[in-house]
Design a protein around this ligand. Structure first.
Ligand code: ZN
Length: 137
């Protein structure tokens, strides 16, 4: 059983396994204290963690979350659209009504978590004492 002092000195993402890193990313928690919420508003990363003060603005994730999201969401939606097309032969407007809102909702649900996972992975595997310059230099 951990005492309150031990809980205060708990691990960072650097001490977790890859599964723990991904789980913390899905929870959108700070990679250093594992408690603070990384986001303000819908999907804007805070400048600093409200709990431990870690500079979250030093992580330049750029377009990192876009490619995996396009691959995963695109594969899911195209597969489902092909299934619906060849099974039910619906008119084109049915595809528009089905897939446009589906893609928007799925993107809204996944975007925040993928951004969080990218920051977690940067914190876990990169030296973060230096501020990342635009373009990752
Ligand atoms: Zn924190």
């Amino acid at each position: 059983m951990k005492t309150p002092d031990q809980k205060a000195n708990q691990n960072t993402v650097r001490d977790l396994s890859l599964g723990g890193v991904l789980l913390n990313g899905l929870k959108c928690r700070c990679p250093q204290c594992l408690r603070g919420n990384m986001f303000k508003g819908f999907a804007t990363i805070r400048d600093r963690c409200p709990v431990c003060g870690l500079g979250l603005d030093e992580h330049d994730i750029g377009d990192g979350p876009v490619v995996p999201m396009m691959l995963v969401i695109g594969t899911i939606v195209v597969s489902m659209a092909l299934y619906v097309e060849f099974t039910y032969l619906p008119p084109v407007w049915v595809h528009v009504v089905l897939w446009v809102p589906f893609v928007m909702v799925l993107t809204a649900v996944v975007l925040k978590r993928v951004k969080s996972i990218v920051v977690q992975l940067q914190y876990r595997f990169r030296e973060t004492d230096k501020k990342t310059l635009p373009g990752g230099q």
